[in-house]
Write a protein of this length. Structure first.
Length: 151
């Protein structure tokens, strides 16, 4: 048995090959994670954008001081499974008031994006479960859905 002091010290080549092997392992794991993650679907994009729009609308209404025109905006409740949601989006964007309020303009731009995604990119992926337009005016409040927003 050799004493510890007689061990050969690591050379630069040994350290370099070990680092190269570790780097290869990290790259391989990164590629695997990149490949295994699925891209967002049309449905998930529509769902997340509608939630983002409703949160922006709620934030707009709760911001002090509330501009008088913001109080006059139509109610905004989005249910992407309701066939009437497309008309609701069109009507909200066409609402003439509040053009001078930057937050409302940004909200309308998000709504335009959602409408475009729904009628063009994801048209075939959508399944409307209802066509109850009144449900978008006065939605049933659910204790599990805190995102319901009413004027």
């Amino acid at each position: 048995m050799k004493p510890i002091s007689s061990c050969v010290p690591l050379t630069f080549i040994d350290i370099f090959s070990t680092m190269k092997m570790l780097l290869s392992l990290v790259v391989l794991l990164s590629v695997f994670l990149l490949i295994s993650s699925a891209p967002p679907t049309c449905y998930s994009r529509i769902l997340s954008l509608s939630k983002e729009i409703m949160a922006s609308f709620k934030n707009l209404q709760n911001t002090e001081p509330v501009d008088p025109c913001v109080e006059m905006l139509p109610k905004l409740y989005l249910d992407i499974h309701n066939d009437c949601v497309l008309a609701k989006l069109r009507n909200f964007v066409a609402y003439p008031a509040c053009q001078r309020v930057p937050q409302v303009s940004a909200l309308k731009e998000k709504i335009r994006s959602l409408y475009t995604i729904m009628i063009s990119y994801c048209r075939r992926d959508l399944v409307f479960l209802t066509d109850d337009c009144d449900a978008l005016e006065s939605p049933i409040l659910s204790p599990t859905d805190p995102s319901v927003v009413q004027s």
